[in-house]
Design a protein around this ligand. Structure first.
Ligand code: AMP
Length: 176
């Protein structure tokens, strides 16, 4: 199975959600079982022998890839959610968006000191969301093992803001 199956399943939507943004839509992957299986098989192959204590998924599309991986690896799944959605005691991190700001949260009780956590989102653009998730995880004394995105947009320089933590993606789109 090749990367082509994944590439063909990712829909490109110009000017969504606003003019000038080329939106990479992973719903095309979810309705294509061989493409979805390709992603999950690759993720298991990448992480099955690594010393990872938990997988964290970023709301909302990150959940879709983080949940089956956590189950397959037999390790905990931690949800990183937008502010106000988690009912328990949380750590919070506020970060800047292109316009305005956003806040993400994690349950304090889900993090254990010293834990090495793989953080997963569907797509990595500026890396701002993942950088904020790292701060969140570190508030609980845990650390980020690696960042993973199905799609990467390296033109937006996410590696710089996320360094020295390693970033892995399955497919990159440049100059589009
Ligand atoms: P960032 O914090 O800039 O890395 O943005 C990452 C988040 O925004 C991810 O959760 C993506 O789902 C979403 N996102 C940003 N840019 C795009 C894009 N061009 N296409 C699809 N999703 C995007």
């Amino acid at each position: 199975m090749s990367l082509e199956i994944l590439d063909n399943a990712i829909r490109r939507i110009p000017d969504f959600p606003k003019k000038g943004i080329l939106f990479y839509d992973i719903t095309g992957v979810l309705v294509n079982p061989p493409a979805f299986k390709f992603c999950l098989d690759k993720m298991v192959e990448l992480y099955k022998d690594k010393k990872i204590d938990a997988v964290a998924g970023i709301e909302s599309r990150g959940f879709i890839f983080a949940a089956p991986l956590a189950e397959k690896l037999g390790i905990p799944l931690i949800l990183i959610r937008k502010k106000g959605k988690l009912p328990g005691d949380t750590y919070t991190c506020k970060y800047d968006l292109e316009y305005g700001s956003a806040e993400i949260e994690v349950h304090k009780s889900d993090l254990k000191p010293g834990q090495k956590i793989l953080v997963i989102d569907d797509l990595i653009a500026t890396g701002g969301t993942l950088a904020a998730s790292k701060k969140l995880i570190e508030q609980g004394g845990a650390e980020v093992f690696e960042f993973f995105g199905v799609i990467g947009l390296p033109d937006l320089n996410y590696e710089k803001i996320l360094e020295p933590t390693k970033v892995t993606t399955l497919i990159n789109y440049e100059g589009e």
